[in-house]
Design a binder for this molecule. Structure first.
Ligand code: SF4
Ligand code: SF4
Length: 374
């Protein structure tokens, strides 16, 4: 019985802030949801530079694929305070932003439960786990939020027209990095535990026993899904296609179409580049000799994009002046350098950059144009 999905919300609701899919402005976004918010029965149609959502007769509860949002907005917010500083007469005080050791976020104090996360995004999450807590500077807020977040992953059964995770080996089936994995079957949901916490949660739900029939149906559904993919990339030939073609004339062709809006980097679940700046509030002059300038302020971190002209501005100049160089860098980072940097693919084949590019630039087609054909 599919309405039993509600049990999840009843069991998890008091202890977690459930972040899952809901419709806003005609798009499936991720937000804090209740059971009734899930866009059951909706299907999306995605093409380069195009997204449409509509109710569809006979469709399933989870017939829609990923919208522009991912876990990224919640674990690595677009704008975050790094620290607060205050200069006073005898020195400088620095305080960290408030965060809860339990992984809560300030307003609710509850840890996050990601409901409905797909295989491609789980690979992106694995990559984030190497970047944010694993880098030279540990991000304590990410670490805390992530350590306590609960992952209810869903096997993807309806890829969008722009998905290509099958060819990057990052989907459509979830394999690890989840607490509970869910597969939507014809008349029910199949739930599988992926961690001790997942097992504990399943123990709280009134579940029937799944047998061979349900496992077989799951396999059939995933195989049917694989046959629906329309896009792919030659992942086996990477990174050579990129490195051997850094001077290919096709980069100029892309640069003529590229608007440098940065949409692709904002929606990409693996893009993590950011910039930081200080907001300073002068507070007046104090002290007997009137020499102390009182200052306080905040250092903020904001998502940035390698498509911004200033992104490569350093002392003495800019090392990526042309639009061609900026696009080439983005694509090369996704498809070549990230694997070397972090040991994981930099592109998880979610197709978001294709859907949300206003110029319809398609990473799969651009790579194909660079690839030598015999
Ligand atoms: S590069 Fe595009 S397809 Fe690849 S992970 Fe980023 S948004 Fe998804
Ligand atoms: S590739 Fe598309 S989405 Fe990305 S910056 Fe260029 S125009 Fe914008």
């Amino acid at each position: 019985m599919k309405s039993r999905l509600k049990d999840f919300f009843e069991v998890l609701g008091p202890s977690y802030r459930i972040i899952g899919p809901k419709i806003e402005n005609g798009v499936v976004i991720l937000a804090e949801i209740k059971y009734g918010d899930i866009p059951a029965g909706y299907r999306d149609s995605q093409k380069p530079g195009r997204y449409r959502l509509s109710p569809e007769k006979d469709s399933q509860v989870f017939s829609f694929s990923s919208g522009p949002d991912s876990f990224k907005r919640f674990l690595n917010p677009p704008l975050a305070e790094l620290f607060h500083f205050h200069r006073f007469e005898t020195g400088l005080g620095i305080t960290s932003p408030p965060f809860s050791e339990k992984g809560g976020i300030s307003e609710t104090g509850l840890p996050i439960c990601f409901m409905g996360i797909r295989a491609c995004d789980l690979w992106a999450l694995k990559l984030y786990d190497r970047i944010f807590p694993g880098g030279r500077v540990r991000d304590r807020t990410y670490e805390s939020l992530r350590r306590n977040s609960l992952i209810i992953a869903f096997n993807c059964l309806y890829p969008s027209g722009n998905c290509f995770c099958l060819s990057t080996g990052t989907g459509p089936e979830v394999k690890d990095t989840f607490d509970v994995a869910v597969t939507e079957l014809k008349d029910s949901f199949l739930l599988e535990e992926g961690s001790a916490r997942g097992k504990e949660i399943l123990g709280l739900l009134p579940l029937g026993h799944a047998g061979e029939r349900q496992s077989l149906e799951k396999r059939e559904r995933i195989e049917t899904c694989k046959a629906l993919f329309r896009k792919s990339i030659a992942a086996d030939e990477l990174p050579e296609i990129i490195f051997r073609n850094l001077d290919h004339p096709h980069w100029e062709d892309i640069a003529r179409r590229d608007l440098e809006c940065g949409n692709c980097t904002q929606v990409c679940p693996t893009c993590f580049c950011n910039t930081s700046y200080d907001f300073v509030y002068p507070g007046g002059i104090s002290g007997e000799d009137k020499c102390n300038l009182e200052l306080s302020g905040r250092r903020l971190r904001k998502w940035d994009s390698c498509f911004s002209r200033d992104f490569a501005q350093v002392h003495g100049g800019n090392f990526r002046l042309s639009r061609k160089a900026r696009y080439r860098h983005w694509m090369a980072h996704k498809l070549a350098y990230m694997q070397d940097q972090f040991g994981l693919p930099g592109c998880v084949g979610c197709g978001r950059c294709i859907t949300w590019c206003p110029a319809g630039i398609d990473i799969t087609r651009e790579l194909e144009a660079l690839r030598p054909h015999s």
